[in-house]
Design a protein around this ligand. Structure first.
Ligand SMILES: C[S@@+](CC[C@H](N)C(=O)[O-])C[C@H]1O[C@@H](n2cnc3c(N)ncnc32)[C@H](O)[C@@H]1O
Length: 279
């Protein structure tokens, strides 16, 4: 690597740090401890789409133009999700977690980083089929307000129906998926009873605190975008927010290993990343 290339890499790091600092101070979104490689990729994606020359010129635009900021924000938050994503994990939930929840007089569940709500609605269906929905309260949170608005609307893009039906069946669905939605003029809407026990709210895992005590916390495919320091901070938040013997469920590529929390949980299902607070 030449001296110039080395300097370009260093310069880019400085520019990205300044951009993220600017976003934090101007708009309150804190991406400073997200994984650098992922953030860098997304920033460059936006630079190309905006026809900007480099990180600094994107920064100039984002600081002065709220709509440009929103476009970048949309790239940084990655709202990808689906209903019954990783269906076997829901089978494991039915088998390994719900029987213990059945004993409780009241069940509180937190979906942290719920995006457009598909994960929370999947949980709602699962609880309904297990006869537990009426005594459950699902808190589904995200930093992305546009995603939360979509979540509240209960609509499903029609081109997702085939996949969701297949996922529902593979997740051990006891009815037919079509029992849970109505379809009218090409618009598919989940039935209202599925959202009755869900509260969608804005919550930032980086800057906001715990807001309740939960029996289950599901945070899937969110912390993969964080660096180690931020991951540790958020794990502390989850630990503090879980009731004794509460369940923590992470995404398939996420782990508790090598975090200070590793020995505070027992692994209930390694494949599906289901952990139980041990102390
Ligand atoms: C890839 S989606 C995962 C959605 C869902 N959990 C799933 O696995 O299908 C990641 C979500 O995390 C949210 N997110 C990212 N940073 C966050 C933060 N600091 N606080 C809360 N949510 C955040 C994003 O807005 C996005 O909706």
């Amino acid at each position: 690597m030449s001296n110039n290339e080395l300097m370009d890499g260093e310069l880019e790091k400085i520019e990205i740090a300044l951009l993220l600092e600017g976003i934090y101070r101007r708009y309150g979104y804190d991406f400073r401890n997200y994984s650098y490689a992922s953030i860098r990729r997304r920033i460059w994606h936006r630079i190309h789409l905006e026809g900007a020359a480099n990180v600094s010129s994107l920064q100039e635009r984002v600081m002065h133009d709220f709509e440009a900021f929103q476009r970048l924000l949309n790239d940084l938050v990655i709202p990808v999700t689906e209903m019954f994503r990783d269906p076997e994990m829901y089978l494991a939930l039915r088998r390994d977690v719900l029987p213990a929840l059945r004993m409780l007089p009241y069940i509180r569940i937190w979906h942290a980083g719920c995006s457009t709500g598909e994960e929370a609605y999947s949980m709602s269906i699962l609880l309904h089929e297990e006869g537990l929905l009426e005594k459950s309260r699902i808190y589904a949170t995200d930093i992305n307000e546009a995603a939360l608005k979509r979540a509240n609307e209960r609509t499903i893009p029609i081109d997702r129906m085939k996949l969701y039906t297949k996922n529902y069946q593979a997740a051990g669905g006891q009815h037919t998926f079509s029992d849970y939605y109505v379809s009218d003029h090409g618009i598919v809407m989940l039935k209202p009873f599925l959202s009755r026990n869900i509260v969608f709210a804005r919550h930032n895992l980086v800057t906001d605190r715990s807001f309740n005590e939960f029996h289950v916390i599901m945070c899937r495919n969110v912390m993969i975008y964080f660096n180690n320091e931020l991951r540790e901070q958020v794990h502390q938040l989850f630990y503090d927010s879980l009731s004794p013997k509460g369940y923590l469920i992470l995404g398939g590529k996420e782990s508790l290993s090598f975090t200070p929390m590793a020995d505070r949980y027992e692994t209930l299902n390694d494949q599906h990343r289901i952990f139980r607070k041990a102390r």
